[in-house]
Write a protein that binds this ligand. Structure first.
Ligand code: ISC
Length: 457
């Protein structure tokens, strides 16, 4: 690592490339090489702008809620793909070098039929980026991840990494503001269809087949020109607080972008943290109105029941995977830019040999995005929703040796050429009101407030 007096040098492109090239040469000159992450400290750079201009199909951006980790990666050093969680070799993650991460996630329902715009995403997919810029503990690093497979020719691996390194672009033109106007918006379901779905659900509540269901909507917005997902991401990082901000692209022209408040879990060694986030009100326009709305949420029987079902469900999972755990007896408010939610945190110690695959299998989908009972609702959602949720409401995050973090991919959209697909859902219980739930979803979509400008001519 370089001394602090040379900070200016850190941003010098030739310094970055030359220093990394030197590290690569030293590494590949060794007789026996194994997986390695090479890192150099660089000056703090605009990570989104860097990511935006790289010429790769595979790109990822991750910013955790307290912004202690911001990472962007391009290219593929290794990947992990599967149709079922049970076929994913998560145990291999434990042999990765320090700080090397698999980023990715999975579909909400790996058994459902794949539809637009999710064709390029797969069921479960993770990758270790070839190149990464990572900001951690107020320091910024440029990293190259090297995965050495048995069958690989080392000289060829070296050459291909060097060639890619040379073509990385550090010119950093700033990401423009999102200033596009849409021409057309189509809601699936429309309000009449939403009412019909609601009536069907009410019937199932009365026969006690389901206790709570989370139904979602998709809004498709058509723009006159290609939508730049990085401008959206930049807007989210500028305007949202207390959210995980993410961007994931497996192919150019199709990206999954979001700013979600909901942690599925964070694991450090055998300690696990999770949370129930369910029950919603808007933020008030001033402190008095805001408190009024918050108090109303905290005392609403309907919202507390909706929330409590999520809490009970996480308890059942923690009973299975933890030696011990704790959670407060009543929810508090989680305040976001536009909305406030009921929130209960969980903290536990995992049973020995519990791997991330087991945790994902049991914790996802939470009752905050699916409802209860889970299997019945997965089938019901597949039947009632006439679009593919894809990765919306699925787990999204990263895994590294001894550590993992997943958010629930809500408050999200897919950007595909000149089309933007927005997704949001709402928890419905017996006492829910059809119009209020429709409006709640509309409020959730307003996370992307910058897009709601229509061409009027
Ligand atoms: C399913 C979504 O939100 C969930 C998380 C928080 C509050 C929720 C609610 O109050 O309905 C939902 O359970 C979404 O934003 O698409």
């Amino acid at each position: 690592m370089r001394a602090a007096e040379n900070l200016n040098e850190f941003s010098d492109i030739s310094y970055i490339k030359k220093t990394m090239l030197h590290q690569l040469q030293c590494f590949f000159n060794q007789k026996n090489i194994e997986d390695r992450r090479l890192e150099i400290e660089i000056e703090d750079i605009d990570i989104i702008s860097w990511l935006r201009i790289q010429n790769y199909n595979e790109k990822v951006y991750w910013q955790n809620r307290d912004r202690t980790l911001i990472a962007a990666g391009v290219g593929v050093a290794d990947f992990l793909k599967a149709k079922r969680l049970s076929d994913c070799h998560f145990a291999n993650v434990n042999s990765l070098p320090a700080n090397m991460r698999f980023y990715g996630g999975m579909r909400f329902n790996v058994n459902s039929v794949v539809g637009t715009p999710w064709e390029k995403f797969g069921e479960i997919a993770f990758f270790i980026p070839q190149f990464e810029i990572c900001k951690k503990n107020a320091k910024t690093f440029f990293a190259v991840n090297i995965i050495v497979k048995e069958e690989m020719n080392h000289a060829r691996l070296y050459e291909s990494i060097v060639e890619e390194l040379n073509s990385l672009d550090f010119s950093l033109p700033p990401t423009p503001r999102f200033e596009d106007f849409y021409r057309e918006r189509v809601n699936v379901p429309n309000f009449e269809e939403w009412q019909e779905q609601f009536a069907e659900i009410q019937r199932q509540f009365s026969t006690k087949e389901i206790q709570k269901i989370v139904l979602s909507r998709r809004s498709t917005l058509k723009f006159p020109k290609y939508v730049d997902g990085f401008c959206l991401l930049q807007h989210l990082t500028n305007t949202q607080a207390n959210t995980y901000n993410f961007y994931l692209q497996w192919h150019k022209d199709c990206a999954f972008v979001g700013a979600t408040p909901e942690r599925l879990y964070y694991r450090k060694d055998n300690r696990i943290f999770s949370e129930a986030v369910a029950g919603t009100r808007r933020r008030g326009q001033d402190a008095i109105k805001d408190k009024e709305l918050g108090d109303d949420l905290l005392s609403s029987t309907k919202d507390i029941r909706e929330h409590q079902l999520v809490v009970e469900n996480i308890k059942q999972v923690f009973d299975k995977i933890c030696k011990n755990y704790s959670c407060p007896s009543s929810p508090v408010l989680m305040r976001l830019k536009n909305l406030q939610h009921l929130y209960t945190s969980f903290e536990g110690v995992l049973n020995e040999k519990t791997i991330d695959g087991d945790i994902l299998q049991l914790l996802h989908p939470t009752a905050a995005v699916c409802g209860l009972p889970k299997q019945k609702n997965m089938d019901e959602i597949e039947k009632l929703e006439s679009f593919d949720r894809g990765w919306f409401a699925g787990p999204i995050g990263w895994l590294e040796k001894d550590c993992a973090e997943f958010a629930v991919a809500i408050r999200s959209c897919v950007v595909q050429k000149n089309t933007l697909y927005l997704f949001a859902g709402a928890g419905i219980v017996k006492s829910s009101c059809v119009k209020k739930e429709w409006n709640e979803i509309e409020d959730k979509m307003k996370n992307f407030d910058c897009i709601f400008r229509k061409v009027t001519e």
